[in-house]
Unconditional design. Sequence first.
Length: 295
Amino acid sequence: MVVFWADQASALLVFAVPFAWPLVALWAASHFLRAIGLTLAFHRYFAHRSFQMDRPARFVWTLIGTAAMQKGPLWWAGHHVNHHRFADREGDPHSAAVSGFYYAHIGWFLNDARHDRLAPTNPVVRDFSSAPEIVWLDRYHVVPPLALAVAMYLAGGWPWLVWGFCLPTMTLAHATFAINTINHMFGSRRFETRDASRNNVFTAVFAAGEGWHNNHHRYQRAARNGFYWWEFDPTWYVIRAMKAVGLAWDVQVVPARIYEEARAAKAHRATGRVAGIIDAVPLQLQLELAEEIES
Ligand SMILES: [Zn+2]
Ligand SMILES: [Zn+2]
């Protein structure tokens, strides 16, 4: 808890170091590279198994994801599996509808003994605890972010530490947490899922493609969350590039039936809108029209 709030506050140090545009590029590199590590490894690989990769590639992406300072890969992905299992119902580790905005956004991550432990039967714990390098990262999850902070300081002193670690670690925390809160509150719903998940272009940008969350709740298995080319999903572009050079395989796609469902839902909404306009004709006019038809 102290570490988390210390990092959040440390982001304010950007006002204490001299500004330079290259530092903004450093922020972007640190934010987006680690966002893709979280999304690609923690989310789409460990939690949803939407593709396969070899052990060295898995280790590198998991290391990058762990450097985001959002605890370990097994902890993160294991809780995420529970989120899908109980989405927006009792048992969901982070649902604003169940436990309020603050708890769903930050509180659950910091201090909850009730949800903090994962059962040994959790599919992520059960299946990946046999990989010692992943278990090591999970147990010593403070090491990668600490190493990144030290490396930044050694490379460029305070400005690099602040713009390459403090600020992007804060922005990335909220980008990730927003998927749990904002994406269950604000945005559009392509699919009528049982949960409150929504698609949101703003969170899609900052969380490296995770903002297409209603798509994702409808079909979790896909390696892409943006289901169409115009839905920005940089993590998907990385997975596709890995596939092209043989680093990723068994890449799960969105089945034709899901696209068909999306088309049908869109058509249904369109007819719903027409009916809505007819219903909106004032009563007086409706009666007059009815009289005209009768006579
Ligand atoms: Zn969700
Ligand atoms: Zn998911």
